[in-house]
Write a protein that binds this ligand. Structure first.
Ligand code: NIG
Ligand code: FE
Length: 407
């Protein structure tokens, strides 16, 4: 006997599979009208017509609503101290994101706030963020470090990610981002900071098993493609899977380095040119696009259609962080993806579920409503997929089911 059956689902909409959907296939979403989903031990054990649904101890009537997989936020900076609303005034006066950073603000301001916060304070705060995520339909999320920039402070952040993962329902996937900005003390000695990342931070993170992925910010005035190659090669040799923040403001060749080293994903990609796109497509690098960051930094939107045409798989994520995207609302990012990248509702759904799960190596257990996957689902306050991208600004979640439990 099943634990729970969700019946009277007006439309079940889900991508299918255990890997990312590339190119033209990104829009392949299965829809089942009048569906039911059965759950046992937190795992999906029936997906199909309501009429054939097996018996269960409990029933949840979806009232004819739309059901999709739980959303997956594949790029967040979930653990940090302080905010950066004081930078708004500078922003409005036209000071650029990179100039704020150059002046010791931006990421470096969040580094100061994060270093001075205790692990307990950071934990409490991040738990609050996961509560907000869950209410918005996010059931799995990546979480990066990168506001410590010393071994001790990076480890503190990653230990917080581990603690928060254990303390609440949203599954967190940890990424080490020690090369997020160059501390000002290393301005004249960049090589030494890179050495510390490769030879001290990465081994310490690996030793405690605190991160699955290693990421780096490859950008003008931050880290070069050559430094990106050095850090990601060291990470790969130490068993980390790879990601790279690249082509956010300038297209420097970081995407090609990510491709060359077999990175799982490359992120931002606002300014990616044809060569960058070709390299990522060829190496099956998933493009994690962050449209809320384009919105908040008032930058162009990534060339998503060209990427799909080249055969890439795309994910869409919030990039939640205190500087360039202070919003946890993945629904808003999905609306922007649909309107600004001109992704179809089906392509956008795949971008925030199955492809997002693939970008954090969870496509075997999450990202679709299929037998054998985690019972992570959203019941939406609508019966139509297109409505999710249309009624922007409100939280359209009716109920979230996480590991088979209505939360
Ligand atoms: O993905 N671009 C680099 N890192 C973050 C922003 C971090 C911050 O501004 O605090 C991003 O946009
Ligand atoms: Fe980011």
């Amino acid at each position: 006997m099943l634990d729970l059956i969700i019946t009277n689902i007006g439309t079940l909409a889900t991508p299918e599979g255990k890997g990312p959907k590339r190119g033209i296939e990104q829009g392949d979403v299965r829809t089942i009208p009048n569906a039911a989903v059965g759950i046992r031990d937190g795992i999906i054990s029936y997906v199909g017509p309501m009429s054939d649904a097996p018996a269960a101890r409990e029933t949840l009537d979806a009232g004819g609503r739309l059901v999709t997989p739980g959303l997956v936020d594949s790029h967040t900076h979930l653990v940090f101290g302080g905010w950066r609303h004081h930078e708004l005034d500078m922003k409005l006066k036209g000071v650029s994101y990179l100039d704020i950073l150059k002046g010791g603000g931006g990421i470096l301001s969040s580094v100061r706030s994060t270093r001075s916060a205790s692990a307990e304070e950071l934990t409490e705060r991040a738990i609050g963020f996961t509560k907000e995520q869950l209410a918005l339909g996010v059931t799995t999320s990546e979480a990066k470090s990168g506001y410590g920039l010393t071994s001790e402070d990076e480890l503190k952040q990653l230990r917080v990610v581990r603690a928060v993962d254990a303390m609440q329902p949203v599954d967190l996937v940890p990424t080490f981002l020690g090369a997020h900005a160059l501390p000002q003390t290393y301005k004249e000695n960049r090589g030494e900071f890179i050495r510390i990342v490769c030879e001290e931070m990465l081994p310490a993170v690996a030793e405690e098993g605190l991160a699955e992925f290693c990421d780096i910010f490859c950008e003008t005035g931050v880290f070069t493609p050559e430094e990106t190659r050095t850090v990601l090669s060291a990470a790969k040799a130490q068993g980390f899977k790879l990601k790279a923040h690249t082509d956010e403001i300038d297209c420097l060749g970081g995407a090609q380095v990510a491709a060359e080293l077999g990175a799982v994903s490359a992120e931002h990609l606002i300014t990616s040119d044809a060569a960058a796109i070709a390299a990522m497509a060829e190496a099956n690098v998933i493009g994690v696009l962050l449209p809320a960051t384009s919105f908040y930094l008032d930058k162009p939107y990534a060339p998503a259609r060209a990427m799909l045409d080249a055969g890439m798989a795309l994910a869409v994520a919030s990039d939640f962080n205190p500087g360039s995207s202070p919003s946890l609302n993945l629904q808003l990012a999905m609306t922007l993806a649909c309107l600004k990248y001109r992704l179809t509702p089906e392509e956008t759904l795949t971008a925030a579920t199955l492809n997002a799960a693939a970008a954090i190596d969870r496509a075997d257990v999450a990202g679709s409503v299929e037998v054998g996957k985690k019972a992570d689902l959203v019941i939406w306050e609508t019966d139509a997929l297109s409505y999710l991208f249309y009624r922007f600004g409100s939280n359209l979640v009716h109920r979230v089911v996480k590991n088979g439990v209505v939360v």
